[in-house]
Write a protein that binds this ligand. Structure first.
Ligand code: ADP
Ligand code: XUL
Length: 513
C-alpha cells in the first residue's frame, strides 16, 4: 500500500492527483491550465491558434513548463513530495515530439537550477508537435493505404484505417515536407512517452495502449508492423522507441525532480499511456461491460473489448487496454470547444445548457454539430447545418446542438454492438446536468458519474500502484471508482421514438454531406 502520483497532460491542461492507496483517499489535486497559467505560449486552448488551414500543433516546451509549474505549486503549498513512491501518467493521444541524438544525453544531466524547457529545447528537430486535432495528412494517409493494399488492410493490422491525426501519417508528412529535419531526428516520442522520458531522465518505451493510436503497431503481435513502418518513412524503425506493456516500471524518478522538488530518489517511474486508455482504468471500466462517454476537449465513447472489433466504416479505433486486452473508441473533434463556441456566440452561460432540457424537444428538427472540421464523420467545415430554417430561441439552439452531438455519437458507435444498461460519463463537461440528460435521452439509458472526477489522472495513479507494488486492480477499483450515489440521471423514455426518428433524419443529413 503506497502513496502514488497520477499525471494527465491533456489538450488544455496538466493535472495531478495524489492517492493514498492504503486509506483509499485522495491527498492532493492540482491543475495547471496552459492558456491561463502559461500565457507566454499564446495558446488559450493548449494549441497554437491561427495556423494554416487544418494544422493544429502545440509547443512541447509548454508541456515541460507546465510540469515545472505544477511541482513548484504543490511544493510551495506544503505537500511533501518525498512521500510519493511511484508515478505514472497519461498524455493526449497521437501527438508526437521529434528529438535529435542529444536528447538522451541532455536527459541524463538535467540541471535543477534551470527549467526543463531551457535544457531540452535544443534537442527538438521539429519545434512544434502535431496534436490529435490536426487534419492535414490526407495525402500521407492515402499513400500509406496504397502501399499496404488498401484501408482495410491497414485497419486489419493496426486497428484503424489510416487516420489523419494518427502519428504514422503525421510522421510521413514531416518526412516529405522537411526531409533534413526528419533525417536529424533520432527519436520520435508520443506525448506520453516524451513526458515519461523527462520524468525518468532517460528515453522511455511506448505503452501498447497508446502505441495502437499510431497506425504503426500490429495489434495481433503487439510489436511494430514492419510493413506499416516501412510504408510510413525511411529508417523509421530506428527512430521509434520499443513498445512495452502498460505495467512496466521504467526506472526511478530523475535526480532533477529529487533535487528541485524534494521527491524521494527511490520513487518509481511507471510507463505512461494515452488519455483514453488511462480513463478506461480510472472509470473502473477495464473489464468489458461498462460504456464510458468522456466529455473533454474531444468527446469520446469507449469500452473494453476482449477481441479487436474494427469499424467497417473506418471511423472507430481499437486501442490497447492497459488492464485488459483491447478497447474500442470513437472520437469527435466537435466536443467542448464546439459547445463553447455556441455558448459564446449566443452570449449564453453553462447554466443555459442545464436549462435547455427543461422544455420538450423539437420533434422534427435536427442539427449537424460541426462548428469545426470533424473527424467522425470526416468533414471540413459543414457548420451547424439544419433540416429546417425555422426561427429558434437560444435554448432551442443549444438543445439542438447537444442532440446533434449525441445523435452523431450514437450513429457512429453502432459498430461497437454495445447495449449499455448504464452510461458512465467523465471529463469537464460531464458536470453539466443538461448535457448528461441529453445523453440519457438520446441513448435511452441512465447516465452516472463516478465520485472522483478526472478519470485520466486517477487511472494514471491506479496504474502506478498496480505496476510498482502489484496492488490488486479490483481493490483499487473498489476504493477509487465508486459511482456518485446522487448522480444517476434517468432517460425520459417517452422521448425514445422521437430520438429514433431524429437519428434517421440525422443519418440522412450526414449522408448528404
Ligand atoms: P481536456 O482533458 O481535454 O483538456 P477537460 O476534461 O478538462 O478537457 O474538459 C475541459 C472542457 O470542459 C472545457 O473546454 C469546457 O468547455 C468544459 N466544461 C467545463 N465545465 C463545464 C460545464 N459546467 N458545462 C459544460 N462544459 C464544461
Ligand atoms: C482519441 C483522440 C482524443 C485525444 C485527446 O483518438 O484523438 O481523444 O486523445 O483527448
Amino acid at each position: 500500500m503506497a502513496i502514488v502520483l497520477g499525471l494527465d497532460s491533456s489538450t488544455q491542461s496538466l493535472s495531478a492527483i495524489v492517492l493514498d492507496t492504503e486509506a483509499g483517499s485522495i491527498l492532493w489535486e492540482e491543475t495547471v491550465r496552459f492558456g491561463e497559467d502559461l500565457p507566454a505560449y499564446n495558446a488559450p486552448h493548449g494549441f497554437i491558434p491561427d495556423s494554416p488551414s487544418g494544422q493544429v500543433h502545440a509547443d512541447p516546451m509548454m508541456w515541460l513548463d507546465a510540469l515545472d509549474l505544477l511541482f513548484a505549486r504543490i511544493k510551495s503549498q506544503g505537500f511533501d513530495l518525498q512521500s510519493i513512491r511511484a508515478i505514472s501518467g497519461a498524455g493526449q493521444q497521437h501527438g508526437s515530439v521529434y528529438l535529435d541524438a542529444s536528447f538522451s544525453d541532455r536527459l541524463s544531466r538535467l540541471e535543477p537550477k534551470e527549467l526543463l524547457s531551457k535544457q531540452l529545447t535544443s534537442s527538438l528537430t521539429r519545434p512544434t508537435s502535431p496534436i490529435w486535432m490536426d487534419g492535414t495528412t490526407t495525402t500521407a494517409c492515402r499513400q500509406i493505404e496504397e502501399k499496404l493494399g488498401g484501408p482495410l488492410e491497414v485497419c486489419r493490422r493496426s486497428g484503424s484505417v489510416a487516420i489523419r491525426r494518427f502519428t504514422g501519417p503525421q510522421i510521413r508528412q514531416f518526412y516529405q515536407q522537411s526531409p533534413e529535419q526528419y533525417q536529424a531526428t533520432a527519436r520520435i516520442h508520443l506525448v506520453s512517452s516524451f513526458l515519461a522520458s523527462v520524468m525518468t531522465g532517460s528515453s522511455s518505451r511506448i505503452d501498447r495502449g497508446d502505441g495502437a493510436g499510431m497506425n504503426l503497431m500490429n495489434l495481433s503481435t503487439g510489436g511494430w508492423d514492419a510493413d506499416l513502418v516501412e510504408a510510413t518513412a525511411p529508417d523509421l524503425a530506428s527512430k521509434l522507441p520499443a513498445l512495452a506493456d502498460s505495467a512496466t516500471v521504467i526506472g526511478n524518478i530523475a535526480p532533477y525532480f529529487v533535487n528541485k522538488y524534494g521527491f524521494s530518489e527511490k520513487c518509481l517511474s511507471v510507463l505512461w499511456t494515452g488519455d483514453n486508455p488511462s480513463s478506461l482504468v480510472g472509470m473502473g471500466a477495464a473489464q468489458p461491460g461498462k460504456v464510458v462517454i468522456s466529455l473533454g476537449t474531444s468527446d469520446t465513447l469507449f469500452a473494453a473489448l476482449t477481441e479487436p472489433l474494427t469499424d467497417p466504416n473506418g471511423f472507430g479505433h481499437v486501442f490497447g487496454n492497459p488492464w485488459g486486452e483491447y478497447m474500442s473508441l470513437v472520437c469527435f473533434r466537435n466536443g467542448s470547444l464546439a459547445r463553447e463556441a455556441l455558448r459564446d456566440e449566443l452570449s449564453a452561460e453553462w447554466s443555459d445548457f442545464e436549462a435547455a432540457v427543461s422544455r420538450p424537444p423539437l420533434a422534427k428538427e435536427v442539427m449537424l454539430p460541426f462548428v469545426e472540421p470533424e473527424i467522425t464523420p470526416r468533414t471540413d467545415g459543414a457548420g451547424l447545418m439544419r433540416n429546417s430554417s425555422s426561427e429558434l430561441s437560444t435554448l432551442e439552439r443549444i438543445r439542438l446542438l447537444l442532440e446533434g452531438q449525441f445523435l452523431n455519437m450514437r450513429l457512429h458507435s453502432v459498430w461497437m454492438q454495445l447495449q449499455p444498461d448504464v452510461i458512465y460519463v467523465t471529463g469537464g463537461a460531464s458536470a453539466n446536468q443538461g448535457i448528461c440528460q441529453v445523453i440519457a435521452d438520446v441513448f435511452g439509458a441512465p447516465v452516472k458519474r463516478l465520485s472522483v472526477s478526472g478519470s485520466v489522472c486517477l487511472g494514471a495513479g491506479m496504474r502506478a500502484a498496480e505496476a510498482a507494488f502489484d496492488e490488486s486492480k479490483q481493490r483499487l477499483e473498489s476504493l477509487f471508482c465508486p459511482t456518485d450515489p446522487d448522480s444517476k440521471i434517468e432517460p425520459n423514455r417517452s422521448l425514445s421514438p422521437i430520438y429514433d426518428n431524429k437519428l434517421q433524419e440525422f443519418a440522412q443529413l450526414v449522408r448528404a454531406l
